[in-house]
Design a protein around this ligand. Structure first.
Ligand SMILES: *Cc1c(COP(=O)(O)O)cnc(C)c1O
Length: 394
């Protein structure tokens, strides 16, 4: 059997060695603490579960849904954007329902990328922008996200011939994995760049609701001109603890939404309507869940960042996401440090270069475990390494 090039061309998995060590340690009954997983540890709000149970019993929901999603769900998405950001959207032409935002992010390249075309992909980043580009036959062009530029791409470093060949510019703020946030002015800069080179902007807004210290992240669509050049991906996964439910949306430019809907209508037949009813419930009746989650993650963030700083780091507290992005101590690569932390402390962290070459020199720790385990992981680091020599940022 011969694998198609699009699968053969996927980047190799770099961390098989660490995965093996994790598996072996688990077999030997070691109690590992994982800071590696970006999946909320608390359950979906009860009102949302009850709505699924109700809607699952209604035979009207047992039939094929539509690819674009129920109009009622799209209307709930529109109301949520109006209340949250003051952004007006047309539920019929500017919203499409997704089986989780990952599905739309993976498929959007198939709408606009022909073999040989380029997409501009942040490095480090969530892997799906790059993988979706490759699966569509395109070539990802890495835009380094560097600490010196607040983990925002420097568009002036992208050669003109690359930008002219590029189709899609992917952005994601608050950012996974760097936990950086972006201002409206930054988004305006991206819109101007996209207009100049006739690019489509796809903004991944998975973490806009998970922000701290009174900071509230903007929607890309708040910026003038954004709707002319792009769309924004939204997700119920992180704000409502619904990663398992597979429900999200894309909103914005009607032409792009139509293209994505057309593609999807030929691949999937939409989201189970009972899940969409549950999603409406989340968007309209579970807002207090978000406030609670912000408090939980903010407290965990403070424990982890203060703890790492007492071990030698010099970290600022991130304003968004449930990640801490930290440099590895002097003398280590990302992979070496992650392996040693696993071996000596029984703690799993994610090596930064898993998210792209520019993630080398960093690791990502996730705040999706309880305070007691976070404290224990810090104690284990202290016992295994004592004080560490970590460079100051910048
Ligand atoms: C978790 C996450 C998503 C959400 O994916 P869903 O498919 O909606 O669950 C999207 N983008 C990033 C960067 C994420 O970390």
């Amino acid at each position: 059997m011969h694998l198609a090039a699009r699968l053969q061309n996927l980047p190799p998995y770099l961390f098989a060695r660490i995965e093996e060590k994790i598996a072996r340690a688990k077999e030997q009954g070691e109690k590992l603490i994982s800071l590696g997983i970006g999946d909320p540890d608390s359950p979906t709000p009860q009102t949302v579960i009850a709505e699924l149970e109700r809607a699952a019993g209604d035979p009207a929901n047992h039939r094929y849904p539509t690819s674009a999603g129920m109009l009622e769900f799209r209307q709930a998405v529109v109301s949520w954007h109006r209340e949250r950001y003051g952004v007006e959207l047309d539920p019929r032409s500017e919203v499409v329902t997704l089986l989780g935002s990952k599905e739309g992010i993976a498929h959007i390249s198939m709408c606009y990328v022909d073999p040989g075309d380029i997409n501009l992909v942040p490095d480090p980043s969530y892997p799906v922008y790059k993988i979706g580009t490759i699966l569509a036959g395109g070539e990802p062009y890495a835009m380094p996200l560097l600490a010196g530029n607040d983990f925002w791409p420097d568009f002036s470093l992208i050669p003109g011939e690359v930008a002219r060949k590029a189709k899609i510019l992917f952005l994601n703020y608050p950012n996974n994995p760097t936990a950086a946030v972006a201002s409206r002015e930054r988004f305006q800069e991206a819109v101007a760049f996209a207009r100049f080179y006739d690019l489509i902007i796809c903004h991944d807004a998975a973490y806009t609701e998970l922000t701290y210290d009174c900071y509230r992240a903007p929607s890309f669509l708040e910026v003038p001109g954004a709707r002319e050049v792009g769309i924004e991906f939204g997700s119920l996964s992180k704000p409502y603890n619904m990663t398992g439910w597979r429900l999200g949306w894309a909103v914005g430019n009607a032409e792009i939404i139509k293209a994505l809907t057309t593609l999807k209508s030929n691949i999937d037949s939409g989201v189970f309507q009972a899940v969409q009813y549950a999603g409406i419930k989340a968007l309209t009746a579970a807002q207090e869940n978000i406030e609670k989650l912000r408090q939980v993650y903010q407290q965990r963030r403070d424990i982890l960042v203060d703890g790492l700083n007492s071990l030698g780091w010099h970290l600022d507290k991130p304003k968004g996401t449930f990640y801490v992005w930290a440099p590895v101590p002097r003398g280590y690569t990302s992979g070496q440090f992650a392996e040693e932390v696993l071996e000596k402390a029984g703690v799993i962290i994610t090596p930064g270069n898993e998210y792209g070459a520019c993630g080398e020199g960093y690791f990502r720790a996730s705040l999706t475990i309880g305070e007691d385990l976070l404290r224990e992981s810090l104690e284990r680091l202290q016992n295994a390494f004592g004080h560490l020599d970590v460079a100051r940022p910048g």
